[in-house]
Write a protein that binds this ligand. Structure first.
Ligand code: ADP
Ligand code: ADP
Length: 213
């Protein structure tokens, strides 16, 4: 089973993907997390990707496709979070899977208004050590600014500033939103109201996924 999580930055894809993979045994593949790890470790990929990410632009398709290809075929149950983000990525994913007799099963669209997104992204804090995601208001850690899981001091992502958020939203509209029609035509799209609370949204998500089994 291969699920794609589609939606603007800050819609809650990563939060829900973590919860669902823990409960139902999916492998959570987040291209954003993988790229941030590559930047942190200053790998050749990370060095190339950094300037795009800092600006809020997409990293070139060929780099991202090669990165995903290495991991996705190894897994049976996968959540692709933040990939594909362009038509070129989506068609290349389809043909890669087809060669192995597989396909994307369902695409979950996280629907949310822009004002809500800005609130979510400016309040987002992450653990630089284990990648856990928090929100100052909506999902605060038990101890102020400290990761519940590993005790590390939380940080704000470099691209979660108003200016870069605006750029990322523009990029989403220009390059990613057309995937909604792409997957609608394949009859794979399921839309969720991502403005609900984390728990309510999770209930809707689980129901949508379990209906597919
Ligand atoms: P968000 O959590 O805000 O949706 P991500 O963590 O998914 O953002 O992505 C952060 C940045 O990493 C993006 O702005 C982009 O530069 C890069 N990136 C992540 N996934 C992709 C992808 N599939 N294609 C191109 N660039 C990507
Ligand atoms: P994405 O992966 O789509 O960029 P995240 O899962 O990182 O989104 O969520 C963005 C921010 O909003 C995080 O700070 C997260 O704690 C918070 N958040 C996630 N889902 C919800 C929700 N349903 N309601 C309120 N805040 C949320």
């Amino acid at each position: 089973m291969i699920l794609v999580f589609l939606g603007p930055p800050g819609a809650g894809k990563g939060t829900q993907a973590k919860m669902l993979s823990e409960e139902l045994g999916f492998k959570h593949i987040s291209t954003g997390d993988m790229l941030r790890e590559a930047v942190k470790n200053a790998t050749p990929l990370g060095l190339k990707a950094k300037e795009y990410m800092d600006r809020g632009d997409l990293v070139p398709d060929d780099l991202v496709i090669a990165m995903v290809e290495q991991v996705v075929l190894k897994e049976k149950k996968v959540i692709l979070d933040g990939f594909p983000r362009t038509i070129a990525q989506a068609t290349s994913l389809d043909s890669m899977l087809k060669k192995h007799g597989r396909e994307v099963n369902k695409v979950i669209l996280f629907e949310i208004d822009d004002e809500v997104i800005v609130d979510r992204l400016t309040g987002r804090r992450i653990c630089p050590n284990c990648g856990a995601v928090y929100h100052l208001k909506f999902s605060p850690p038990k101890e102020d600014q400290i990761c519940d899981i590993c005790g590390t001091k939380l940080i704000q992502r470099q691209d979660d500033t108003e200016e870069v958020i605006r750029r990322r939203l523009e990029v989403y509209r220009r390059q990613t939103a057309e995937l909604i029609d792409f997957y609608k035509r394949q009859n794979k799209l399921i839309s969720l109201d991502a403005q609900k609370s984390i728990e309510e949204l999770y209930k809707d998500l689980k129901k949508a996924v379990e209906d597919e089994y």
